[in-house]
Design a protein around this ligand. Sequence first.
Ligand code: CA
Length: 228
Amino acid sequence: MASPEVSIVVIEDDHNISDLVAMYLRRDGFRVVQAGDAERGLAAIGRESPRLVIVDLGLPGELDGLDVCRRLAADTPPVPVLILSARDDEVDRILGLELGADDYVTKPFSARELVARVHAILRRTGTSVGSVAPAVVGFGTVVVDTGRREVRRDDEVVPLATREFDLLAFLMDNQGLALSRQQLLDGVWGEGWYGDERTVDVHVRQLRKKLGPDLPLATVWGVGYRLG
Ligand code: CA
């Protein structure tokens, strides 16, 4: 869960999308402020000092999503931005303009995917979700750099799938807590995820395989989770 003071401003004129995104973020413990156009969005950003802004590119009124990106990129420090886009070519335009957006999703998107991206951006930009973990953590021969999303074992980079890294980071963020499979699914896969709980076991097994068969997840992080 995010702490209640972590607020996110969602600027989206489609009420259905805005409400869905807000609902998922609130369930994850974020404070969410919704705005239906850029002017109201910028006013909300001024009031809230959010840790993240989610903005739709196509907005009614004088200013569109790109204008919001430009304004935010000029702020110091810049506010992380996640863009909602209706078309891939719009995204090309954003990247071409180098507006400094941190990530984007193309509509239609799943709320679970969006929330996962939000958590990833907040981790990268230093707003840890849950207890604050140091950026670089070592255990035995393994070193995890959460800022760069890089894991080394015996000084060799270990390639991890996005989900494997997110799981590792989540376990580290929740050091000292006993977590159920469902909590891991909610935290890493998102609450909208439906499927077999044993997916968690498969990923933990992969982590152990890649990071060392003796990797004592439960002992190292004090996590009360063991493979069944
Ligand atoms: Ca729109």
